[in-house]
Design a protein. Structure first.
Lengths: 110, 115
């Protein structure tokens, strides 16, 4: 039973345009949500987070939107840059535990 | 300065062997984790320790035994390795409330291949 779903295995975006990565969850008890970025042969690195009491959090080119009624969150990257090409994981958590999505591979085309 | 380190980075071994993967963090965090990334790329929590005490133990075979000699180290010992144990294993650490909602810092991963 997947509590956190990233339905797009991959996404291709032109450099300079907006990248939108989506994530759906089923458990309304999650306290917070995080996005991680992963390059090949490296561990995931934290990108941005949002508490369940907020609906938006922004950090530079990265913005996360949370829609609790739809149990949906999205990560917007604008403008997209070649270095953004990576796998992006959505994770949802409460207490000590994070539940992870399967990841979306983002490819930024020059 | 490496925050979370794992050794070895690659491990190739025969079925039935016993092996260990070591993890160390120099972030001063109280909580450490082991994850398994399977062939479908899902990251699944295996264990979590807080101040050397086990707080999460997901349904993993008891051939897997974590050991935390101190809060900076969480080693993973695997007995009687099976083909299905082949995966990438990630160690992570966090300090709840320290830097955002439970942000976890990951090691580079250990790719285990069982032949």
């Amino acid at each position: 039973d997947q509590q956190v779903k990233q339905n797009s295995p991959s996404l291709s975006v032109q450099e300079g345009r907006i990248s939108i990565l989506n994530c759906d969850y089923t458990n309304s008890m999650f306290d917070y949500f995080l996005w991680y970025k992963k390059y090949p042969a490296e561990g995931p690195t934290f990108l941005i987070s949002i508490s369940s009491i907020k609906d938006k959090n922004e950090d530079g080119r990265f913005t996360v939107f949370l829609n609790k009624s739809a149990k949906h969150l999205s990560l917007h990257i604008v403008p997209s840059q070649p270095g953004d090409s990576a796998v992006y994981f959505c994770a949802a958590g409460s207490n000590y535990q994070l539940i992870w999505g399967a990841g979306t591979k983002l490819i930024i085309k020059p | 300065d490496t925050a979370v380190s794992q050794t070895p980075k690659y491990l190739v071994t025969q079925m039935g062997n016993d092996k260990s993967i070591k993890c160390e963090q120099n972030l001063g965090h109280d909580t450490m984790y082991w994850y398994k990334q399977d062939s479908k790329k899902f990251l699944k929590i295996m264990f979590s320790y807080n101040n050397k005490e086990l707080i999460i133990n997901e349904t993993v075979p008891n051939r897997f035994s974590p050991k935390s000699p101190d809060k900076a180290h969480l080693n993973l010992h695997i007995n009687s390795l099976e083909l299905g144990d082949s995966a990438v294993y990630f160690c992570a650490s966090s300090q709840p409330g320290f830097s955002g909602p439970h942000e976890q810092f990951f090691g580079p991963g250990t790719r285990l291949t069982v032949l």
